[in-house]
Write a protein that binds this ligand. Structure first.
Ligand code: BDR
Ligand code: CA
Length: 309
């Protein structure tokens, strides 16, 4: 049984990643921690509860995390997924925020990892502020994790929110820096470019979501705005970015190859703040290296998306 903690800023692709985990038989989701990112932390909490309701899994504990970056006061939340992060199609019967746990996300991460020594896989599909806060609370945390999977960063300095920066890293560069520095457990990164190289045609989406289950109708509805935005930007493909990190975490066969390299994050720079920096020539003499995901078995990945709805 794989034990997961999922850290999200849901976001439509975060939702798909959660649904993927919940549809995988040998996976147990210990908790979902939320932070600001695609939208406010309140909206993220509401969105996660909506996903759990559709999946009939409101038994999974949901925790409130950071509402702003560690240092910056800038608000990066964009409207790519609509102003509520979920395509602006509110559910009048959405579960109440009273279901959110009293314990804060950073404490929940520490407690769940300590209670399941070397068993927990932590997956972050969000700005890394909750993970940075958790390691400050318990510096021995990384040693007790089985693995960490991250969606974020760039490998060729081709960003989506700035010229060279990917959204999750740019939202909180200090948090990304701390996490890449302190989490010395096996770490796997699905970078922005990697997700772009493995996008799916919209025609796949049409078939994927044509099954008209409650889950597929839900995804179709919350995806509409971002699909429209991507099509207006002449992107002919669907990029469920967070789902790649999830797929890798729960099925080793989906993303078999990766490059092992030391990485850090640029904290200065007018154009480069928040960019992931790869130290291929080992100039930083960092002992810990991460695995940068390289290729995807798209057929297996599509199968996992299909099972998710
Ligand atoms: C990442 O940022 C968010 O918009 C998505 O949910 C994904 O985690 C892509 O850069
Ligand atoms: Ca996300």
């Amino acid at each position: 049984m794989k034990k997961l903690i999922i850290d999200v800023d849901a976001g439509v692709d975060d939702a798909i990643a959660i649904m993927m985990a919940l549809s995988t038989p040998d996976v147990e989701v210990l908790g979902i921690t939320c932070c600001y990112g695609n939208t406010s932390v309140e909206n993220v909490l509401r969105n996660v509860l909506r996903v759990l309701k559709v999946c009939d899994r409101l038994d999974i504990p949901v925790y409130r995390g950071c509402s702003k970056p560690l240092v910056d006061h800038e608000n990066h939340a964009d409207n790519f997924f609509g102003s509520d992060g979920f395509g602006d199609v509110p559910d009048p019967h959405a579960p109440s925020l009273d279901l959110v746990q009293q314990k804060k996300a950073k404490q929940a991460i520490v407690d769940l990892v300590n209670a399941n020594d070397k068993e927990v896989i932590l997956i972050s599909t969000a700005p890394l502020m909750n993970l940075a806060a958790a390691v400050q609370l318990d510096p021995s945390l990384p040693k007790k994790l089985k693995a960490l999977y991250i969606m974020g960063g760039t490998i060729e300095a081709r960003g989506n929110i700035t010229i060279c920066g990917e959204f999750n890293f740019v939202c909180d560069p200090e948090a990304a820096y701390i996490v890449l520095d302190c989490y010395t457990c096996p770490t796997y990164i699905a970078t922005w470019e990697f997700t772009c190289w493995n996008c799916l045609p919209w025609s796949f989406c049409d078939t994927w979501l044509s099954v008209h289950t409650e889950k597929s109708d839900f995804v179709e509805k919350i995806l509409r705005i971002s699909r429209q935005v991507r099509c207006e930007q002449k992107h002919q493909e669907f990029n469920p970015c967070d789902a790649y990190a999830m797929a890798a975490a729960i099925n080793d066969a989906v993303i078999p190859k990766s490059e092992e390299v030391a990485v850090t994050v640029e904290l200065q720079g007018i154009y480069t703040r928040g960019m992931m920096v790869l130290d291929r020539d080992e100039k930083l003499k960092k002992e810990h290296k991460v695995f940068i995901m390289k290729n995807v078995d798209l057929e297996k990945f599509k199968e996992m998306l299909i099972n998710a709805v």
